[in-house]
Design a protein around this ligand. Sequence first.
Ligand code: NAD
Ligand code: MG
Length: 400
Amino acid sequence: MSAEVTPAQRIAILGSTGSIGTSTLDVVARHPGRFEIAGLSAYQRVDLLAEQCARFRPRVAVVPTEERARDLRGRLAQAGVATEVRAGAAALSELAAADDVDAVMAAIVGAAGLAPCMAAASAGKRLLLANKEALVVGGALFMRAVEQGGALLLPIDSEHSAIFQCLPEDRDTWSRRIDHIVLTASGGPFRTRDPATFVDVTPEQAVAHPNWVMGRKISVDSATMMNKALEVIEARWLFGLEPDRIRVVIHPQSIVHSMVVCRDASVLAQLGTPDMRVPIAYGLAYPERVESGASRLDFEQLASLSFEPVDLRRFPGLQLAWDTLRAPVGTTAVLNAANEEAVAAFLDRRIGFAAIHEVNARTVDEMLGRLGDVATLDELIDLDRRARDVARRVAEGLAR
Ligand code: NAD
Ligand code: MG
């Protein structure tokens, strides 16, 4: 009699050198035999990517340019690693749809992750989505690709993982059972800072998040609360809920990761220490549960869990989530493009912190009425490009 051997789940990590990417490898490494790395990709950190290839031995590694591919090939040859190195955006989408890949961890930051996410969705992969911007830009088109491709879309964003964990498996019942959902937000580093001093905020202050260690872009988004705006839009698509059934509350401790308020007024919540390895492990093993490496909550040490309303005068960007969801299709993609450009300009010290919201609001206003057709991926990518042109011009006008 031979024992049943479950084959390892073969995983491609898009953006393996980032915060989510490295946390994913940390969880994978805890379960040899259960998970296997089929592919990795990185944008800049070729040195770290080479180390990851040496350790996890993927079939293929993808970098953006031929120059970086040569660099990586040199490093791998020296270390005696047989990983094939490929360059360019097409190689990224090919990896996401490859036959020897069961699951794709989408951990690229920004709209740059949209095309490979769509490729994974159309190829019917198990798609672990950290890359919220891809869904904010892709919207209904993204969800249609998931459905038509027969993909399994598993949210990695901690709030959306929390809600997903509170819901029954039969997604056809969600809209009926849910009254509304409540996304929790820490309030970021400036929850109590005097808004009159926001003009003086430096990039270093903005990326210093009180509870989470994350990439620079999402850290700035947390400081403006644009991260929560993107998450409201993300939730709209993931859970098929109308915008007015998605609410936000400030919860400074980041212990309650989000809540579902049911038809009968019962509230379901998911709790845990703020460690992204929890939602990552959940996505990797779903519907099983495996060790994540995160520490357990110690209820005897938990001083308090508090909640407070969001002050929209302090965080005006949050309102743009509902405004753009109610505007014509494509407006959320414009908001995302504007925000990516505004955050880049702020991190480069070209504009001030408070100007991020100005760029976003003005770009959305200016682009309304000239969104064009947004029925295909190419049309969305074109809209993203046009919105960035407008946002860069607006940012130049606000330069200090
Ligand atoms: P990060 O900046 O730490 O890492 C980004 C990764 O994407 C890196 O591997 C980088 O090489 C790659 N990358 C960057 N630009 C690219 C491009 N143009 N083309 C291809 N690859 C590119 O970011 P992160 O904090 O890991 O976040 C990744 C995504 O996950 C974001 O969408 C973020 O909103 C989401 N997310 C992150 C966290 C977190 O705790 N870090 C939590 C929830 C959601
Ligand atoms: Mg989140």
